[in-house]
Unconditional design. Sequence first.
Length: 544
Amino acid sequence: MGVDMASPELRWWDSEVGYEVYIRSFADGNGDGVGDFVGLTEKLDYLAWLGVGIVWVTPFYPSPMRDFGYDVADYVGVDPLFGTLEDFDVCVAEAHRLGLRLIIDLVPNHSSDQHPWFQASQADPDGSMRGYYHWRDPALGGGPPNNWVSHFGGSAWTFHEASEQYYLHLFLSEQPDLNWSNPNLVLEFDRVLEFWLDRDVDGFRIDVAQGLIKNMLMPDNPQLRPITPDMTPRQAFVCFDHRYDLDQKGNTAIYRRWRSIVEPRDGLLLGEVYLRDNNPDKVSRYVATQDGLHRAFYFAPMHTPWEPSAIWSTFRNALDAAPRDLSWAVSSHDDPRAPSRFSPKQPATDNIGQERALAYAVLLFALPGLPFLYQGDELGLVDVEVPIEQLRDPVAVRNQNPGDGRDGSRTPMPWEPGLTGGFTTSTEPWLPVSRSDAETVAAQRDNPRSLLAKHRELLALRRELSDLHGAELEWITGTDHLVISFQRGDCMCALNLADTQTALTLPPGKWRLAYSSKRQAGEMQESSIQLDSPEGVLLVKATS
Ligand code: GLC
């Protein structure tokens, strides 16, 4: 492909910040309590006003919704719950009219058990669709073929009485894993990508991008620790070295193929490379060769506590492994929200978590790579405590383990004060809405000191400061310092991780405070800056 590894050309996503729309919870256009395309389309002007460049929409395909859309029954349609294909087309056209790019969530690791492919695969053991999934005989003494476990609890194998074989599912039993060693399946997905590119999408977020290829001999995964009954499914999952089910070498060949499909249309390939050990060297393999994924989400920043050495090693290691191709999310629909993660008290009784989350966003926005906000991050939204009887996430509901569920970060976007937050006209949103009036868009939109205003200012600056789009990173402080700071061209970023104010000596030159998570921007006379706790800043070198 003739890529210059030293200074790759800038692409459209280099100057943009992404925004994750969890479609069920963003905006409900038809009053049934669930978000949809009509609702999203109406709110696109809000995203343009906020300064977002890329909108990632979570799965909206026809689905039995066992995993709320991540169980796809038709890869080329829209579930009636979310609207029609025409509604989708209108949404894309409106996004483009407003200067936004729209990428969609592709779920290639598994389908729904209601997908016609799986239905045929199950019905006819001798048919051509059998090989679209992983079917195996029981182990010699009976029972599942190997010791693989599902992310969502229990064995990764379900027995099918009629054919006396097991099928593989790394998530729910209603999410059978597709067999990416089957060339016909590979061709099917070429057509899926082309279908959506023809409908003008700007790229794909690839779900479980680390999982597609399996070791077809299916050996047992080495077990690292015993599983105890009190463990959550996610804790049980990391009791194994996932040597044979995840992160297999063949995955990258699939992304090289897809790269050749999206490149002529200038599309973005952004992978969810979710490795439980968060090893950045492994994640970097998906992007380093510059001919596979364009960007890979790196999840360690969402799992790192507010602790200087932990934050330092997270970012030093990641940027050593992949200096410019990672993607950073403040929060997501799978993890606790940043203000909740960073709050010293659970549940939060002060706003320290929110202050830390904004300061952290300054860091993520200034790093090389592609930063993402999750809907509500801009409002400082904390996780909502969902009463047990209203929990919906199968991880919580099926395992009677509310602590491990993801509903708290998936509650509807609070647009206005009120019981349903202006999210829906129904009295029954699918999950309860945050009850804090201060956390609504309406309450913050016209207040220049609100978190919403502070995020908007940060987004505008990220777009304006072109050194943040391509310049190399040079560390200013070392890992023993309580301030993490670096320079990129004529910009510098600093984040105070200490519990107290901390002084930072600035590199030579005259600097202007372009942004602070805590105070007004402005000229600076001094050659050092006294950073508040917590505070994230961006400084720009004065040219004269
Ligand atoms: C990804 C999604 C998550 C989903 C899982 C299975 O991790 O982000 O929400 O449950 O894949 O598709």
